[in-house]
Write a new protein. Structure first.
Length: 237
């Protein structure tokens, strides 16, 4: 049975210029066998702090403003911020983003170096089609690291499949059900760009993600750029 990634019209009504890189990778070995350099994240943390968030407070930096402005366009849970802001804040404060597993470390390194949110989901846990859409309200969601089920707000931007929400407040928090673990074998990734002026940066970030997945994990990835003019793709036949 085929599965699709579909960006609904309700999303494009708010964000007509957004571009989303959608990648898939198969036959993944996500166990830590020392294949990812130990310095990858430390170097990315250091680069992020000086390149993207040199100004105080963090809200005074352009890449942060881009996403905060975007989050003002739809209903969000109080305090919700784009995931990339959390990463950049840790780098700026000297805490740094730590190791989790090879796949997550790789995409976090790209997110830090290029200031775009990147997510990876276990494709085998996805049920039916994925939609990026505006919530009606009440859709269930269980975030990574939590036991309690939350519900989406009316008007909130979400990713969801046929079962429940897989990412809440757009690029804020991911679902525990579909997270990329050491045992994940088939993965899908997405990286969103809300600022058309950063299209070249987005392209280079996508290339960096593909190159690192290839160099460190031996993965060949399939890439599709999702836009208003091309709002749906099939990721599994």
């Amino acid at each position: 049975m085929s599965q699709n990634f579909i960006v609904d019209d309700s999303f494009w009504e708010i964000f007509p210029e957004v571009e989303i890189a959608f990648l898939t990778a198969h036959n993944v070995d996500n166990h830590d066998n020392g294949q990812v350099p130990a310095t990858l994240l430390s170097a990315a943390n250091e680069a992020a702090a000086t390149r993207w968030v040199p100004n105080d407070p963090i809200s005074k930096n352009a890449v942060i403003q881009d996403w905060r402005n975007a989050f003002q366009q739809f209903k969000t849970k109080k305090g919700a911020r784009c995931a990339v802001e959390s990463l950049l804040k840790r780098a700026k404060n000297g805490k740094g983003v730590g190791n989790i597993n090879p796949v997550v470390d790789i995409y976090n390194s790209v997110s830090l170096e290029w200031a775009f949110p990147v997510a990876a989901e276990d494709m085998d846990q996805i049920q039916g089609d994925i939609h990026l859409t505006v919530a009606e309200g009440g859709e269930p969601f269980r975030p990574i690291g939590e036991d309690e089920v939350e519900t989406a707000l009316p008007g909130e931007v979400i990713y969801h499949d046929a079962h429940d929400v897989i990412s809440r407040c757009w690029a804020w928090r991911d679902s525990a059900r579909v997270e990329a673990t050491e045992d994940s074998k088939n993965l899908l990734f997405y990286m969103e760009n809300v600022n058309p002026a950063r299209q070249e940066d987005h392209t280079q970030a996508i290339q960096a993600l593909q190159q690192r997945l290839h160099d460190y994990l031996g993965l060949e990835t399939s890439l599709t750029l999702v836009t208003k003019a091309h709002p749906a793709i099939t990721f599994k036949d």
